[in-house]
Design a protein around this ligand. Structure first.
Ligand code: ATP
Length: 367
């Protein structure tokens, strides 16, 4: 009988609760015991009642809840081996042999590292009599499965991460609200959206709201050219009778020399050169909060179910899987391969190899 714990880690994302619900209920359905680790890796390192068994009814109503009800945290202690040793003891004491982590690339890297450390950690716990020989024999291997929860949609090898579409909806609602006041006053608005080094939210929001211009990290604005390009485009739209101008800027927007382009830079330009009454709106954490949209509820549920199936199918030899979605099909990908590709995107951008950055983001569509 597998004892499967689920935790959320890193930044929260709408749909994480739906993932926890799906894991807990499907694990119980498959005859396993389900557990929650509260407060991410912090809870794993602290142990005690931070690791609690979940009953079917404990996750009732969680499909529609925003954020993560089991909490999340950034935990320095887990980055050290000593922290992971405590975490191993706590998991074994709680009787857990499998861990499903829902988080970003950092959280999934930590999980995979924990798995590779595991035999050594268990041996050390046995040698220091922190656990019994019987426990040591029972818990020789730790199964790890990753679910990607992130509003940024910045993980390679999967089309969509849990939370991204909810965040996109929130951005669209905000831009719709801004549009009506922009039209009234004939103003320009520069809207800064989240996404860190990924432009997915910015591009999709620009598409879905019909924005006039968009700035993203993967297709940097050409140094010395973008200013004219943007001002000319916006002047032309105004001449055609448009009463509002919307510019979406990703928080990680850069130019081709890797200089950050801020919403304030754009505002200054539009005010001085196009003489538009320009305002900046930084959407901030409203993009992360609120109820998950239907797509995220569905994605989290299908992937949560597959994460439990992946636990049940795992062997000590198989690399830790990450549950992905590609072309509308739930897929398992080697977790560390996906993390490595994700890091290569940032490396490619740093080397100004922007074409590769786009391909690495989505290797299946590289051609
Ligand atoms: P987000 O995309 O929202 O930032 P993330 O999972 O990438 O999510 P991080 O802050 O990078 O967020 O990681 C969350 C936690 O995972 C860290 O606080 C730490 O406890 C653990 N972690 C991250 N990287 C490692 C690592 N290399 N080794 C061990 N633990 C790690």
């Amino acid at each position: 009988k597998k004892k499967i714990a689920v935790m959320t880690s890193g930044g929260d994302a709408p749909g994480m609760n739906a993932a926890v619900r799906a894991v807990a209920r499907y694990a119980i359905h498959r005859g396993c015991d389900a557990f929650a680790v509260y407060e991410g890796y912090e809870g794993l390192v602290q142990g005690g009642d931070m690791i609690r068994q979940l009953a079917w009814g404990d996750v009732r109503g969680w499909l529609a809840e925003g954020g993560t009800l089991i909490g999340t945290a950034r935990c320095m202690a887990f980055r050290e081996r000593a922290g992971r040793l405590r975490a191993a003891k706590n998991l074994i004491t709680a009787g857990v042999d499998s861990l499903i982590v829902c988080g970003g690339d950092g959280s999934l890297t930590g999980a995979d590292l924990f798995r590779s450390d595991w035999p050594g950690l268990v041996q050390e716990l046995e040698d220091t009599k922190a656990i019994t020989t019987e426990q040591s024999n029972l818990y020789r291997n730790l199964t790890i499965v990753g679910l990607v929860g992130s509003i940024d949609n910045d993980m390679s090898s999967t089309d969509v991460t849990i939370g991204a579409f909810s965040s996109l909806h929130r951005i669209c609602e905000a831009v719709d609200s801004i549009s009506s006041t922009a039209i009234s006053h004939s103003r320009a608005f520069v809207v800064e959206v989240m996404g860190r080094h990924c432009g997915w939210l910015a591009v999709l929001a620009a598409l879905a709201t019909g924005a006039d211009f968009v700035f993203v990290p993967e297709r940097p604005a050409q140094v010395g050219k973008w200013q004219d390009e943007m001002c000319n485009a916006l002047s032309a739209f105004r001449k055609e009778g448009k009463r509002k101008s919307i510019i979406i800027v990703a928080e990680g927007a850069i130019d081709s020399e890797l200089n950050h382009i801020s919403a304030e830079d754009i505002k200054k330009l539009l005010s001085e050169r196009v003489h538009l009454d320009t305002r900046v709106t930084t959407l901030g954490h409203v993009q992360r909060g609120g109820i998950p949209c239907a797509y995220d509820r569905m994605l989290a549920t299908l992937q949560g179910v597959d994460a439990v199936d992946a636990v049940l199918a795992s062997t000590p030899e198989t690399p830790s899987p990450m549950i992905a979605i590609n072309g509308n099909k739930i897929n398992r990908k080697p977790l560390m391969e996906a993390v490595k590709l994700t890091h290569k995107v940032a490396d490619a951008i740093e080397k100004k190899d922007f074409a590769s950055a786009m391909d690495l983001r989505d290797p299946e569509f590289a051609d």
